[in-house]
Design a protein. Sequence first.
Length: 479
Amino acid sequence: MKIAMIASEAIPFAKTGGLADVLGTLSTALEPLGHHITLILPAYRCTLRSDFPLRQLPFKLSVALADRTEDATVLQTVIGKRIDVYLIRADRYFDREFLYGTAVEDYPDNAERFTFFNRAALEILRAYPVDVVHAHDWQAALAIVFLKTQGARYPEIAAAKTLLTIHNLGFQGLFEQSKWQLLNLDDSFFAPQYLEFYGRINFLKGGLVFADKLTTVSPAYAQEIMTPEQGFGLEDVVRQRADDLIGILNGVDYNQWNPWADPYLTPHHGVNNRSVKRNSKTHLRQMLDLPDRSATPVIAMISRLTSQKGFDLVTTIFDRLMQREVQFALLGSGEPQFEEFFRTAATRYPGRVAVRIGFDERLAHRIEAGADLFLMPSLYEPCGLNQMYSLKYGTIPIVRAVGGLKDTVEDYDPATESGTGFVFEAYDAQALLDAIDRGLAAFHDKPAWSALRRRAMAMDFSWDRSAQAYSNLYQQLLS
Ligand code: ADP
Ligand code: GLC
């Protein structure tokens, strides 16, 4: 089968979060199942400046936008064995410092940038037709809308089946009605049963309405997005499509995230051995200027600093957490008030709190390897990848029972010697602190801790199973 993935980020080209990991690794996991995968992405500045061997294709795309056309060129490269990657190059839209905007605000022309991107992606597919168009999140949802409502413009792929994967319903691509003319859609589609959302344009909603099938990234999240608490106003739209929606858990690329062979680690520590963990911890402490206190556990977070990730809870309990014998390491960037909070925390607790604001792949791996406990107290979490990475490194996750966290971490029970982490239910600061305290108590019970780490490291969330589930779904779409 020929499948085109359309998305706004994918490793190794551009990444702000888990979406990129999933696109890169799902594509490579589908290839051995016999599919021909095409990946279509914007050519951002970070990609243009990297040293990928990018080949410019010998044609220009003419993309309809409002009442004009905009040109783009296409850069091509290959990942995996023969996954064709097409990067749409239009420097006025994508040659910018960030993908979507600064920490403070989105780029004001995002409606235009991503309308353009979707039209351009379909133009590429006219030249390289596929059986299935698989779009991801709001940034790629319009490709499905355009294909389904304007098939005559794209005759070469008008019969293609469409799949939309929701990685995060909290981001919908909401724009003022004044942007409508950019889309070149009939005005009848600016209506509540299609793309209108309380007087504004909602790109994701368009995809939810028009896609042949929908997936999201964990079974639990597939249920949660049908509720008012987690539907972000789209719960009714999702519920109407319930028969066409399934949750497929993301996988982990164990070539990248694997203590036995981590490309960013020396020495490797692929055994459940306290001294090996201790070495990684020592390295991490050196990197972070934390004193080497052998009996003190390191609690870590690597995250976008947003409310989604439970930072309200973390900031609420922070001083009480610091009354415990712990060191705390955070790598992340995002909302200014959280960046400020953690910068200040690092100065208030010197030698105990290490904070790195920014995006740092190498440090992320070092933290997974060197920390003892990993915090993910998310308000909501479609899947979450770091808890799965943590398990493999024997870095015990403390998570809230929500979305993919609930699907991947089992609560520790000392009575039955079962479980792989510490799970709490209510979105509540005290509940988080109690879970941390349970984690700290277990940490000091050496035999139990060692057994817990062994169970965690034995968990296997490799992509094979999930890729097979997507493959079955493509098959179903075409039959
Ligand atoms: P989300 O996509 O909601 O941000 P996920 O857990 O699915 O959450 O994926 C986050 C990914 O981004 C992980 O691979 C994580 O290691 C990475 N990541 C997040 N923040 C940083 C950072 N500051 N530096 C390096 N990697 C980061
Ligand atoms: C989103 C979600 C995250 C998920 C990722 C990849 O960014 O917030 O939970 O793991 O997409 O699907």
